[in-house]
Design a protein around this ligand. Structure first.
Ligand code: DAH
Length: 372
């Protein structure tokens, strides 16, 4: 029994002195492990007489409990010390801003459409929309292209097999111009006092065409103004004001070339350039002498009297101008991409490089292309 007391005292001293959880565990194995001295002492109970055992068993059990309790206590102490040391060595500055983990980005086409809406809103234009699945009356006939019109063939139209309600064909709109018709009709039929009209209609259009500068789906923005006493000068001022705001420079100059569109008369094609000290240069172009000093940008003109009539407006009273412009092309010019196909590949690397942060809303006061 004295042996046991001595062993116990030695063990308690060693446990109290253990400097680490590992050292403490060695003590646990030495005492309570399978071959530990407490376990061996317990085994001796089997060879004892009942009287001896009655006396020895509680003594051994109490030694065992005392050792186990000491180990438990020391373990908690060592773990607390370890946590204390860890807390003291590791710091976390809770006043730091959360790391910006923006997922996704705004596509340049969406960005440019937002820029257009912002610029034209300032000029009093509303954004109008129309269906991408159109009927051929809105897409062609009402725009002065009847069934036999050769311009229809140039549009590489995707047709649907089903007939339109009026018996004509359904198709994927080949341009945003049918929005002109839909808006004019809505105004002339439902709210005759709704004119003047000032709208832009950005959106997807479709043509069966594909190479580096053509994709079967692309984007246009249509513009339409209907008012009294409207002339080409208003068209030129509007486009010039828009392009200066869009490209964020004042030295933009326009060239209007006579052209032909069935829905405008007269029709003009608008080229854009800008001049600097070295002479006339083109936005995004090389500025050399090889005829590249003007960039053909958009089609426009005075709304054809027949189109006004189709839209329910009396051409004797109302005039208007319209234009149609490629949004993807505008984005390419402003933000320097050269392959249109990459716009629609959905490659995350391209999107990360050319995309815009969602928080980066274009505003006129901050510059519509801020953060580009
Ligand atoms: N709709 C024409 C196209 O897709 C573009 C266009 C030209 C629209 C002249 C117009 C316009 O409104 O006046 O090619």
């Amino acid at each position: 029994m004295t042996d046991l007391t001595q062993q116990k005292n030695e063990a308690l001293t060693a446990i109290a002195a253990a400097a680490s959880l590992e050292a403490l565990d060695e003590q646990r194995v030495a005492a309570l492990g399978k071959k530990g001295w407490v376990s061996l002492a317990l085994k001796t109970l089997g060879g004892m007489s009942p009287e001896e055992r009655q006396e020895a068993a509680p003594a051994i059990q109490s030694v065992r409990a005392e050792i186990a309790g000491a180990i438990e206590g020391k373990k908690a102490e060592l773990e607390a010390a370890e946590l204390e040391a860890k807390l003291a060595s590791e710091t976390l500055d809770l006043t730091l801003p959360a790391p910006l983990q923006a997922k996704g980005s705004v596509h340049p086409v969406s960005q440019v459409m937002d820029e257009l809406a912002e610029i034209f809103a300032d000029l009093g234009f509303e954004v109008a929309t129309g269906p991408e699945i159109e009927d051929d009356w809105h897409n062609f006939t009402a725009l002065n292209m009847d069934e036999s019109h050769p311009a229809r063939a140039m549009h590489d139209t995707f047709y649907f097999p089903d007939a339109a309600p009026d018996g004509g064909q359904m198709l994927l709109r080949t341009h945003t111009s049918p929005v002109q018709i839909r808006t004019m009709k809505a105004v002339s039929e439902n709210s005759p006092g709704g004119a003047p009209i000032r709208l832009i209609a950005p959106g997807r259009v479709y043509r069966s065409d594909s190479d580096a500068t053509h994709t079967p789906m692309f984007h246009q923005v249509e513009g339409l103004v209907i008012d009294r006493d409207i002339h080409l000068g208003h068209l030129k001022w509007t486009l010039e004001t828009f392009l200066k705001a869009f490209f964020e420079r004042d030295d933009i100059v326009l060239r209007l070339r006579p052209s032909y569109f069935p829905f405008t008369e007269p029709s003009v094609e608008v080229d854009v350039g800008y001049s600097n000290e070295e002479g006339r240069r083109v936005v995004g172009g090389s500025g050399d002498d090889a005829g590249h000093d003007w960039m053909e940008l958009l089609g426009s003109g005075m709304v054809n009297a027949r189109v006004l009539q189709m839209g329910g407006f009396d051409p004797g009273e109302w005039q208007g101008f319209a234009w149609g412009l490629g949004v993807d092309r505008l984005a390419m010019l402003k933000y320097g991409m050269n392959d249109l196909r990459a716009f629609f590949d959905g490659d995350p690397r391209w999107l990360a490089h050319y995309g815009f942060a969602a928080v980066d809303q274009p505003t006129l006061s901050a510059g519509v292309g801020a953060g580009a």
